[in-house]
Write a protein that binds this ligand. Structure first.
Ligand code: HEM
Length: 176
């Protein structure tokens, strides 16, 4: 397999690459921003459904013991920021840091990814009156999951590069 252009994109460029890929329009940004008050109203409902789901699985629940109340708050802030209307590289950087927090606690990426439907259900309620807003919300959630995943991939690649001594080889190993 030949080298891929995406392999050459590093650090800050990854953030802009993702923002560009989503192709968000000003209209979509504006629509989401106007819905932030409704997002605040529905955020507690998301937090309840989210932690109800996690506590169904003792292997996932193990990670949140003793901090559910605090985490319900940080999740609500995360959800409300989806409706900020400003999705620049600072936004992506903040979200990437959140992904990195999950990497650091050793949480398998399947658990965050498996929560998408819970977030989607509440986002649908917030955007119910406007199909364009709903489509924009889907984009933002897809962007966030891509960012989450990026945090995991960055870490795996970094360690593999360290072990094998060169990135090209590490990339090839990860492709097999
Ligand atoms: C899409 C899914 C998820 C989102 C959006 C999310 C969001 C967040 C946010 C915003 C924080 C605060 C980060 C910070 O302090 O800067 C956080 C921390 C945390 N999350 Fe999640 N989370 C998700 C999935 C999960 C899952 C599935 C678990 C466990 C099964 C989990 C466990 C934790 C824990 C334990 C912390 C605290 C880590 C620490 O500070 O040491 N998260 N999460």
């Amino acid at each position: 397999m030949s080298d891929r252009m995406s392999w050459a994109i590093k650090d800050e460029s990854i953030l802009t690459d993702l923002v560009t890929l989503m192709d968000l329009t000003d209209h979509e940004r504006h629509l989401l921003a106007t819905l932030q008050p409704q997002a605040k109203t529905h955020a507690p409902e998301l937090a309840e459904a989210f932690y109800q789901r996690i506590t169904l699985n003792d292997k996932a629940a193990e990670y949140v013991v003793g901090q559910v109340d605090h985490l319900k708050g940080t999740l609500q802030d995360w959800f409300i920021e989806l409706f900020s209307g400003n999705y620049d590289t600072d936004y992506v950087r903040r979200r990437l840091k959140i992904g990195q927090v999950h990497v650091r606690i050793g949480l398998p990426v399947r658990y965050p990814l498996a929560m998408i439907d819970v977030i989607l259900a509440v986002g649908k309620k917030v955007t119910a009156q406007n199909p364009d807003a709903q489509a924009a919300f889907h984009k933002l959630l897809a962007l966030d999951m891509a960012i989450f995943n990026q945090a995991y991939e960055d870490t795996q690649l970094k360690h593999l590069v360290h072990m094998v001594g060169n990135e090209r080889l590490a990339r090839r190993m990860l492709s097999q």
